[in-house]
Design a protein around this ligand. Structure first.
Ligand code: KG4
Ligand code: ZN
Length: 347
């Protein structure tokens, strides 16, 4: 069993974790949410500067909490793709430097592979093959996890990611950033059937609709029109909770339908989820019920392992290192990289 120290700085959270195989020894997360909330979204330059300010403290703290020293660490990992390049570079440079100083293997990790690995960190019997619905601020994909490192993307969003839609709708409703958790909470007090909003569908040239691909930009525009209508016609208080609940219901219904259909069509009997939107209570409830109805097994990581964290990155790195893989020190960060290309990161 290998022990990995991993660094995650792909977006706006600085995180450092130590994981022994699938056991979390420490998982330190320094969130930048409050800072970016002033701008209503992530400002990449600000995110990079913050990573730089917090990374050394997070590394020290993760060793302290795990009660481990450098001799007890077998490998050092960092998220290298996909993500904000300026932010990724901070974690990558720190990890490579530590790997040189302490003479340990360096492993570059695919961020989305990390989100999938969050599912292995929770003492479950989950093993590939399974279908993973990956829903974050930057991605919405249905991924067939064929083995621990072999992936096929079966569905994706054609425009906004699910988390992006939550964040944009929250901004329209003046709710703050990040929008997902705020809408999730507010939705519990609203009527999800109050407004009939459109589920985005992708037309196919031969007729009909794509069974697994999503589109959320139309839904976002429908919420915008609704808000404008209320402001213009009624000039009264916006029914914010009902709009939040109806929006969440629409997005969750669409994701659930596509996930279940994809699993059944591909004869996959296990479904997992990952990414920040996987923390959404509506999505977890819908998927739990739908999976039960169709006799599929459903797995979901605890809330704190859905959003960005380095424990999931360390868990993925532990698998790669245990199988004798390592990355070159000349490996560069990449803003985009398909999950099916994960193995390109290793020598
Ligand atoms: O995975 P993540 O932490 O970062 C990325 O890799 O993008 O996901 C962040 C996204 C944000 O868009 C945030 O609004 C959304 O996840 N999110 C949620 C919830 N918690 C976080 N969306 C819906 N419901 C939630 N409870
Ligand atoms: Zn993420």
């Amino acid at each position: 069993m290998v022990t990995i120290l991993a660094i995650e700085t792909s977006c706006d959270d600085t995180s450092v974790a130590i994981v022994n195989d699938k056991k979390i020894c420490s998982n330190v997360v320094a969130s930048q949410n409050e800072l970016h909330s002033h701008y209503g979204g992530i400002v990449p330059e600000v995110a990079s500067r913050e990573h730089l300010l917090h990374i050394n403290y997070c590394i020290e703290k993760s060793l302290q909490i795990a009660k481990l020293n450098w001799n007890e660490i077998d490998g050092i990992a960092a998220t290298v793709a996909p993500g904000l390049v300026g932010a990724l570079i901070i974690g990558e440079t720190a990890a490579k430097t530590l790997s040189m100083i302490h003479d340990k293997p360096f492993l570059g990790i695919h961020h989305l592979e990390g989100h999938i690995y969050a599912n292995y960190l929770c003492k479950t019997d989950l093993e590939p093959p399974f279908l993973c619905l990956l829903v974050s601020g930057g991605h919405t994909s249905l991924i067939h996890v064929k083995d621990y490192e072999f992936y096929e993307e079966l569905g994706k969003t054609r425009d906004d990611a699910a988390g992006e839609a939550f964040d944009k709708v929250a901004r329209l409703l003046d709710l703050g950033y990040p929008g997902g958790p705020i809408i999730d909470k507010l939705a519990t007090t609203g009527n999800p059937k109050k407004f009939n909003l459109p589920e985005g569908r992708i037309s196919l040239p031969q007729g009909g609709y794509h069974p697994y691909d999503s589109s959320f930009s139309g839904l976002k525009t429908a919420v915008l029109r609704l808000v404008e209508k209320f402001k213009k016609e009624q000039n009264s208080l916006l029914p914010v909770a009902d709009i939040a609940a109806s929006f969440q219901e629409t997005i969750v219904r669409s994701l659930t339908k596509k996930t279940i259909k994809c699993a059944i069509d591909h004869n996959i009997d296990r479904i997992a989820i990952g990414g920040g939107v996987a923390a959404n209570s509506g999505l977890r409830n819908h998927l739990t019920k739908a999976a039960k109805k169709h006799n599929l097994k459903f797995y979901c990581p605890p809330f704190d392992l859905c959003t960005d964290n380095a424990a999931m990155i360390a868990c993925a790195a532990a698998n790669h290192l245990a199988k004798g893989r390592r990355s070159s020190w000349s490996l560069q960060v990449q803003s985009r990289l398909k999950i099916s290309e994960t193995m390109k990161l290793y020598q």
